[in-house]
Design a protein around this ligand. Structure first.
Ligand code: DGJ
Length: 730
C-alpha cells in the first residue's frame, strides 16, 4: 500500500510514490499539518517539522497567542477568518453572515483504487495502480464536513488531490472559495515557473524568483485561457532539466482558476491551486455536497525533465480516455487557412483529391458550412447545413470524401450564439447577459447560458443530429470568445455567482454525452487556438488545437511550454502556408514539417495552391509521420536546448521506453557566422549501448552522446531543421 497511517505517540499519514514521499501530521489540537514533500524516504518518519514545540506554541500550550500559531503553522488545507492571515483555501459563509472556518481532523479512510468525481473530469486508475486516502475534517460551528482526497499513483510519481464539502447542518451555507490543493513548505530559494502568453502566443515558459507576498497566475475569462495557465511549479534556483528539485501543481479544470505562491514573513511558502474565487459562490443547502476539481502534483528531485515525463506518462495512462489515445491519428488537412469562409463542396473535394494523391488521410471542414455563415458575423446556433455551399447535403459530401479515400471531419462551435441567428431571434434570453445591460460582443457573438438544461439539450441535439446524418470520424469543438457580462435569466439572484462553474460543468456534460453516443468519435478541443488547452479537456479529447499560430518558429516556444506538462500526442500541430498568417515569416516547408511532427500532425493550407516544390515534400512528411509517430506518441520526451534561452537554436528528443530508439529534432533559428558544428548533449540513453545514426556509418556509445555530445554539422541558413534517428545496435 502506497498510503499508511502511522499512529504511535504521533499521528502521521505517509504517502509514498517510487521516488517521492508526502507526510501529513495531525497535531495535538487536531489541526492537519503538512510535514514534508520531497525525495522518497525509506526509514521511519517524524513530525518535528510541524514545529509545535517552538514558539509560537500550539494553542493548548499557549492559548494567548493562538493567532501567531495559526499564522505560521504549515496547514494542510488552510481556512480563513480565525487567525491564519495567509491565503485561505476555503471560505464558507453561514446564514448569520459570518465566514470564519476552523477545521479539525475527524476520521480517515484508505482504499485501493480511486472514485470518480461526479460531473468532473479526473484521473483514473485500477486497484493495482492507485491508492486513495480520504481525510475527513470538520468545522463543528458551521456543521461543515471537508473531505480531503489524496490519490497516490506510485509508478508515475503523482499525487492527485481534491476536496469535497458536505453540509451536515440545518442552515444553508454559502461557499465563497474552495481551492483544491495547498502546499505549505519552507522556502528553498524557490523560483516560480508558469505558462503565460496571449492568442497565437500561448503557454510561453516564464521563470522568476519568488518575492515576499503573493505571485500568481489566474483566469477570470470563463476558460483556462490563452493568457495564463492553471499550472505552477516551484523549482530551486539551481534546478535545470537534469538536476534539482521541482514541485508541479496542475489543475484539471477548464474554467476560472488561480495558481499562487505566497512567500510569507516566516520564509515559508504557501502554494495553492483551485477555482478562482472571484465571481464565484455556491449555495450549499443542508444535506448537499460540493465537489471541487482535481489538482495533479508531481515532485522531482532530478530536474524539470523528470517532472515533465511524470506528467506525460500520467496523462497518457490515467487521464485521457479516448480509444485513439494510443493510436496513430489520421493525418488531416483542415480548410480554415486554405479558404476561410469561401468554400463549397466542389472546392473541398478538389482539396481532398489533391490531398489523397500526396498521402493525407482526412479532410476537416472548418467554420462556415452552416446557416448563412459566410463571415464571422452570424449564424452560430443555427446548425443547419448550408446547401448552397454544401450542394447535395452533408451526407453526400462525407460520402464523396470517403470515396476519394479520406476520412471526413467537421467543425462546430456549440457554446455560442450570434445575435444574427434564428436561434437568437427566437431565444434572446439564451445568451449570457446582465439584465438591463447590453452584453459585450466578442467576434460578434454571445455565449449560451449552459447552466440551463434546455439549452444544453438543444445544443446536444443540434450537434448529434449532424453527426448521425453522415459518416463523420472527427469533430473539432471550438470556442471563440471568453465570458463576460455574467448573468443568467434562469438562475435566481442568490445563485448568479454559480454561473461560471455551472457553465464549465455544462460543457463537460455535453462532451460526455457526445462521447457516450459516439464512442469512436475522434474529438479535438480548440478555443480560438489554444485557450482551453487544459487537463480537463484532455479527459474528453485526446488532442487539443495548440495555437492558431502555426509559424514554425513561434511554435517552438509554444510547443516547448505546452510540452513542459503535456505529452506530444495531445498537441495539435499543423504545417501551414507561408508567409505565416500570424507573423508574416517565411520558413522552409521542411522545418514546418519537422516542428509539426512533434504533435498530432496535419496540414492547414490549400494544397491545390501551394508551391509545387512544397507539395512534393508532403509524401516524405507523411512517411516520416508514419515512421516516427508511435515513438513520438509513446516515447519519453527530453528537452535538450531551448531557443527561448539561447536565442539561436532549439532541440528536443524522444526516446523509446526501452531506450533502443531516439529521434532528435534540431532547429537552427538563426545561423551564426564563424559557427562550426554545434554540440548537443543527448539524454535518457543507455550509457553502455552503441547507437547507430540511421543513414550513416556513424556509431556512438550512449555515454559519449550524453556526456561528450553529438555534433550538428553543416547546417547553413536561418530556420533550418534536421531530424536525427539513432537505433541501438544489438
Ligand atoms: C478558431 C480556430 O482556432 C481556428 O482553427 C478556426 O477553426 C476558427 N476558429 C474558425 O472560426
Amino acid at each position: 500500500m502506497a498510503i499508511r497511517f502511522i499512529e504511535n505517540d504521533k499521528r502521521i499519514f505517509r504517502l509514498d510514490t517510487d521516488d517521492s514521499t508526502y507526510l501529513i501530521g495531525i497535531c495535538r489540537e487536531g489541526y492537519l499539518g503538512h510535514i514534508y514533500y520531497g525525495d522518497r524516504l525509506y526509514g521511519e518518519v517524524d513530525d518535528y517539522l510541524l514545529r509545535t514545540e517552538e514558539a509560537p506554541y500550539t494553542p493548548s500550550i499557549n492559548k494567548r497567542d493562538k493567532i501567531a500559531f495559526l499564522d505560521s503553522f504549515p496547514m494542510e488545507f488552510s481556512t480563513g477568518g480565525i487567525g491564519d492571515f495567509r491565503e485561505s483555501c476555503l471560505k464558507v459563509r453561514n446564514e448569520g453572515g459570518n465566514s470564519g472556518c476552523e477545521l479539525f481532523f475527524h476520521s480517515y479512510n484508505i482504499y485501493k483504487g480511486k472514485k470518480k468525481l461526479e460531473g468532473l473530469p479526473a484521473s483514473f486508475g485500477n486497484e493495482n495502480e492507485v491508492d486513495t486516502l480520504e481525510i475527513v475534517c470538520e468545522d463543528s460551528v458551521l456543521k461543515l464536513r471537508v473531505i480531503l482526497s489524496y490519490s497516490v499513483f506510485e509508478k508515475e510519481n503523482v499525487i492527485t488531490r481534491s476536496v469535497r464539502l458536505e453540509n451536515k447542518g440545518n442552515e444553508k451555507l454559502k461557499i465563497e472559495k474552495v481551492y483544491s490543493a495547498c502546499l505549505d513548505m519552507d522556502n528553498q530559494d524557490f523560483e516560480m515557473i508558469s505558462l503565460c502568453g496571449s492568442w497565437e502566443r500561448e503557454r510561453h515558459i516564464q521563470r522568476v524568483p519568488l518575492h515576499y507576498g503573493k505571485q500568481l497566475v489566474s483566469s477570470i475569462r470563463g476558460e483556462s485561457s490563452h493568457q495564463e495557465h492553471p499550472f505552477l511549479a516551484l523549482a530551486t534556483k539551481e534546478t535545470t532539466q537534469t538536476q534539482g528539485r521541482i514541485y508541479g501543481m496542475h489543475f484539471v479544470y477548464s474554467g476560472n482558476f488561480i495558481a499562487q505562491a505566497e512567500l510569507t514573513p516566516y520564509d515559508s511558502i504557501r502554494a495553492v491551486i483551485g477555482i478562482n474565487s472571484e465571481e464565484f459562490s455556491w449555495n450549499l443547502h443542508p444535506g448537499e455536497s460540493f465537489q471541487a476539481p482535481e489538482a495533479v502534483m508531481v515532485y522531482s528531485g532530478d530536474g524539470i525533465g523528470k517532472m515533465t515525463r511524470s506528467y506525460h506518462t500520467f496523462y497518457r495512462k490515467h487521464l485521457i480516455r479516448s480509444p485513439y489515445k494510443n493510436k496513430m491519428r489520421p493525418i488531416l488537412i483542415n480548410n480554415w487557412e486554405a479558404t476561410f469562409f469561401d468554400f463549397d463542396s466542389e472546392k473541398l473535394l478538389s482539396i481532398a483529391k489533391e490531398a489523397k494523391k500526396y498521402g493525407i488521410e482526412m479532410l476537416v471542414m472548418d467554420d462556415g458550412w452552416f446557416g448563412k455563415r459566410n463571415n464571422d458575423n452570424c449564424s452560430l446556433g443555427d446548425w443547419i447545413v448550408n446547401t448552397d455551399k454544401i450542394t447535395g447535403g452533408l451526407k453526400k459530401l462525407a460520402d464523396d470524401v470517403n470515396k476519394i479515400g479520406l476520412k471526413f471531419g467537421i467543425w462546430f462551435e456549440p457554446e455560442m450564439i450570434s445575435p444574427d441567428s434564428d436561434l437568437y431571434r427566437k431565444h434572446p434570453d439564451w445568451a449570457i447577459a446582465i439584465k438591463g445591460r447590453e452584453a459585450a460582443l466578442s467576434r460578434q457573438q454571445y455565449v449560451l447560458d449552459l447552466s440551463r438544461s434546455e439549452i444544453r439539450d438543444y445544443i446536444y441535439e443540434a450537434v448529434a443530429s449532424i453527426l448521425r446524418s453522415a459518416n463523420i470520424f472527427y469533430v473539432k469543438w471550438d470556442m471563440n470568445r471568453q465570458l463576460s457580462d455574467l448573468g443568467s435569466s434562469y438562475l435566481d439572484a442568490e445563485s448568479q455567482q454559480e454561473l461560471f462553474h455551472r457553465y464549465v460543468l455544462g460543457v463537460y456534460e455535453l462532451q460526455e454525452r457526445l462521447l457516450t453516443e459516439f464512442p469512436y468519435l475522434l474529438l479535438e478541443n480548440c478555443s480560438g487556438g489554444g485557450a482551453r488547452f487544459d487537463p480537463g479537456m484532455l479527459y474528453y479529447s485526446p488532442q487539443i488545437w495548440c495555437s492558431d499560430d502555426s509559424d514554425a518558429i513561434e511554435r517552438l516556444a509554444i510547443q516547448e511550454g505546452t510540452a513542459l506538462i503535456y505529452p506530444l500526442s495531445v498537441i495539435g500541430a499543423h504545417v501551414s502556408d507561408c508567409p505565416s498568417h500570424s507573423v508574416g515569416r517565411i520558413t522552409p516547408f521542411e522545418t514546418r514539417g519537422h516542428v509539426a511532427l512533434a504533435g498530432s500532425f496535419g496540414y492547414e493550407l490549400d494544397i491545390t495552391k501551394i508551391p509545387k516544390e512544397d507539395r512534393e515534400q508532403i509524401p516524405n512528411q507523411v512517411e516520416l509521420y508514419h515512421k516516427y509517430n508511435d515513438l513520438i506518441r509513446e516515447g519519453d520526451y527530453y528537452r535538450i536546448a531551448s531557443y527561448r534561452e539561447n536565442h539561436l537554436y532549439d532541440c528536443w528528443s524522444v526516446v523509446s521506453e526501452e531506450k533502443e530508439e531516439v529521434l532528435v529534432t534540431y532547429v537552427q533559428v538563426l545561423a551564426r557566422p564563424n559557427q562550426r558544428s554545434r554540440r548537443i548533449l543527448l539524454q535518457g540513453l543507455k550509457t553502455e549501448s552503441y547507437y547507430w545514426l540511421e543513414g550513416t556509418d556513424e556509431i556512438y556509445t550512449g555515454e559519449m552522446l550524453m556526456n561528450a555530445g553529438f555534433l550538428i554539422k553543416g547546417l547553413l541558413g536561418d530556420f533550418r531543421s534536421r531530424l536525427y534517428h539513432f537505433l541501438e545496435k544489438k
